[in-house]
Ligand binder design. Structure first.
Ligand code: 1GP
Length: 253
């Protein structure tokens, strides 16, 4: 048995970072609308500059989850990556899964239990796993992920604590970190924290939660983010121009 190697999707993402400053990920929450509107948002994002689509949520009560994934996979030309809130969201179809551990928290359910429950399923499906430390950052009011995971977020004015978590993740062999303010966060992750985590570790750094303008996205890219995630905003505004503006701000090409 050999160690898990970097798969096709992750390799392509890392390769893409050679030609653009950062990647633009669009998060699709299956519960955010009708299955057709979620698929439509994904396809629109794919056509207007997104580098990958993330699919998942804190909890998914949508019986059409698999159908949404299948439809997007059939039509989109960019990777579809599962971003599950737990083992029950592991489904066939997507190109890869952000195999996350909620490392900022101290709740064993999200540190290891959900991972154990989902592991054989991921392996059995032959799905590519992208090992990711999920670091939840305090953002001004309680977010769904804080409530559901029953974990305390990292203090947003103490970047050193976030950096220590990122270094721990790196030493544990993870390759990506997701600095997360939470969907719809009042305040996004501060650029200062992005910068300190960037300097402390060589993990690929995803930043998301509460980013509402291309300028906010660019600020975090300049601070060292390798990928920016936008979710909420595009649930309300399915505007091709806005997708393109975010793509330009993130790619910095
Ligand atoms: C949530 O970071 C993502 O997991 C995206 O957040 O929905 O606030 O853009 P928003």
């Amino acid at each position: 048995m050999t160690a898990i190697q970097t798969g096709k999707t992750e390799t392509a993402l890392v390769e893409a970072l050679k030609t653009r400053k950062a990647l633009f990920f669009v998060l699709l929450d299956p519960d955010s609308g009708s299955p057709d509107s979620v698929v439509e948002a994904g396809l629109l994002a794919a056509r207007h500059g997104a580098d990958a689509l993330l699919l998942g949520g804190s909890f998914v009560g949508n019986p059409y989850f698999t159908k949404i994934a299948t439809e997007i996979k059939k039509q989109a030309q960019i990777p579809l990556i599962l971003f599950p809130g737990g083992a029950s969201q592991v489904i066939p179809g997507p190109d890869a899964i952000l195999f996350t551990t909620l490392l900022s928290g101290r709740n064993p359910q999200y540190l290891v239990d959900e991972q154990v429950k989902g592991a054989l399923l991921v392996k059995g499906l032959g799905m590519e796993a992208i090992p990711t430390a999920y670091l939840l950052v305090e953002s001004g009011r309680m977010t769904a992920v804080e409530y559901i995971s029953n974990t305390k977020p990292l203090p947003s004015d103490k970047p050193g604590i976030a950096a220590a978590h990122a270094v721990a993740a790196e030493l544990l062999g993870l390759r990506w970190a997701y600095l997360e303010a939470g969907s719809g966060a009042l305040n996004p992750v501060p650029p200062e924290m992005v910068g300190v985590v960037r300097k402390a570790s060589s993990l690929k750094l995803i930043v998301g939660g509460g980013i509402r303008t291309p300028a906010q996205a660019r600020e975090r890219v300049l601070a060292g983010a390798d990928a920016i995630v936008i979710g909420n905003l595009f649930e309300k505004e399915k505007d091709p121009t806005l997708f393109a503006e975010f793509a330009a701000a993130v790619h910095l090409t």
